[in-house]
Design a binder for this molecule. Structure first.
Ligand SMILES: Nc1nc2c(c(=O)[nH]1)N[C@H]1C(S)=C(S)[C@@H](COP(=O)(O)O)O[C@H]1N2
Ligand SMILES: [Mo]
Length: 406
């Protein structure tokens, strides 16, 4: 008789150990059978995420937050969005991990071990706003290809590391330096080791700012694997694609860095406004630098109901790329009139700010609360969509929540 073999006791108990609970009818599993709990890695467990985070893509992993999950002043790991262009590196050996500084404009190629980086240079901790350049893309029409982020590809965690400037100065920068370019350990989706999923960077001015870090900690602990363990660049206020994860090498370039996703339409927007759907010539596109002014209502959740006559406390965060937010307002009449919110100063440069207000409603019914931030240059968020662009970047339209007064 050709009987199929059942799973061995030892195999069963090791699978149960991974799942973390007894498999009640496990004896009935056929040898080689993979229980679903193992087959389909659960991203929430795998990355330690809040169950309400939204998975946009699993190859590669792209996961965003909902507004109310971002209510904390410092974004916890469980609600920090994940944006990967390639495959997360496996089998990282921190003892062997090194950071190389090279390029046309370095005086001498230098290699640092993690220990050297940590012991040789002073540590700094800053709260830094990281927002994907494509956050808000889902609203553009005609639609743009790419992850259909709604509002949740932003966070402001606490990052600890050494200043990129201190490391570059230690290596020696030539006077013809123009740009930095990062190289990382993640694998291209094709698994071709000669291709990089992404290799971006920043002009020297941004690279040499006080707050531009080579970070090894997020929120006081080792950076989680999904966010770039053991080392990443963090350049707050700029598209988060500048902040290279799993950092292995930084080149000091004598020209604008020309790595993957620095060319073509990637992270570029038209220099002048264009009509929706219009084809834009390459020379009319410019690389995105500082992100535009934006805000998010993180409390209450959209759809909340309050009693007639009660005031509604709202709160959230606002940020403005390299600038600060100067003014924060809300509207309950679809943007006809605006009232001022209380607004805090940032804890440090490039950290988001917090706003709050007590909102009164004239009578029962349906309302929308809209929030609008204005930066120190006097630029405010657009009420609806900003200028259309081919790749759907920089949607900083006012965030809004629905409220019923009963
Ligand atoms: N090595 C590497 N660095 C990377 C990426 C990547 O795919 N690989 N994605 C970039 C993009 S597009 C964004 S928006 C941020 C996301 O950072 P997070 O996943 O820690 O939130 O990382 C940036 N750094
Ligand atoms: Mo991004």
């Amino acid at each position: 008789m050709n009987r199929r073999k059942f799973i061995s006791k030892t195999a069963l108990s090791s699978i149960a150990a991974v799942i973390g609970i007894d498999i009640v009818f496990g004896n009935n599993m056929i040898e080689g059978y993979q229980p679903l709990a193992l087959q389909d890695p659960n991203p929430f467990k795998m990355f330690g995420l809040d169950n309400e985070m939204v998975v946009l893509n699993d190859k590669p992993w792209n996961i965003e937050a909902k507004a109310h999950l971002l209510d904390d002043k410092i974004t916890p790991n469980k609600s920090m969005f994940i944006r990967n262009n390639g495959l997360i590196p496996k089998n990282i050996d921190v003892k062997k991990w090194t950071l190389t500084i090279d390029g046309e404009s370095v005086k001498e190629t230098k290699v640092y071990t993690l220990e050297e980086l940590k012991s040789k240079f002073k540590h700094y901790t800053y709260q830094l706003t990281l927002e994907c350049g494509g956050n808000g893309r889902s609203e553009f029409n005609p639609p743009a290809k790419g992850n259909q982020w709604t509002i949740g590809a932003v966070g402001c965690a606490l990052w600890t590391g050494v200043r990129l400037r201190d490391v570059l100065e230690d290596a020696g920068i030539k006077s013809n330096a123009v740009y930095t370019g990062y190289h990382s350990a993640d694998l291209h989706l094709s698994r071709n080791p000669d291709k990089e999923p992404i290799s971006r960077g920043a002009p020297m001015k941004k690279s040499l700012e006080d707050e531009t870090l080579i970070a090894f900690q997020m929120n006081g602990k080792d950076i989680p694997l999904a966010h770039g363990y053991p080392l990443r660049m963090v350049a707050g206020g700029w598209p988060a694609s500048v902040s290279g994860k799993w950092l292995e090498r930084i080149s000091i370039r004598n020209k604008v860095h020309d790595g993957t996703k620095m060319k073509g339409t990637a992270y570029r927007v038209p220099k002048h406004p264009v009509a929706p759907g219009e084809k834009v010539k390459h020379e009319d596109m410019g690389i995105i630098e500082s992100m535009p002014v934006k805000s998010l209502i993180t409390y209450p959740k959209t759809g909340a109901t309050i009693k007639e006559g009660k005031k509604l406390s709202i709160r959230g965060h606002a940020w403005a790329g390299d600038l600060e937010v100067a003014k924060m307002e809300y509207s309950i009449d679809f943007g006809s009139t605006w009232k001022t919110c209380a607004l805090t100063k940032p804890v440090n440069r490039l950290a988001w700010q917090h706003f709050s207000a007590e909102v009164s409603f004239p009578k029962t019914g349906y309302y929308e609360v809209w929030a609008r931030a204005t930066d120190t240059n006097g630029k405010a968020q657009p009420m609806l969509l900003p200028g259309w662009n081919p790749k759907g970047y920089l949607n900083n339209a006012c965030h809004r929540i629905a409220i019923k007064v009963k």
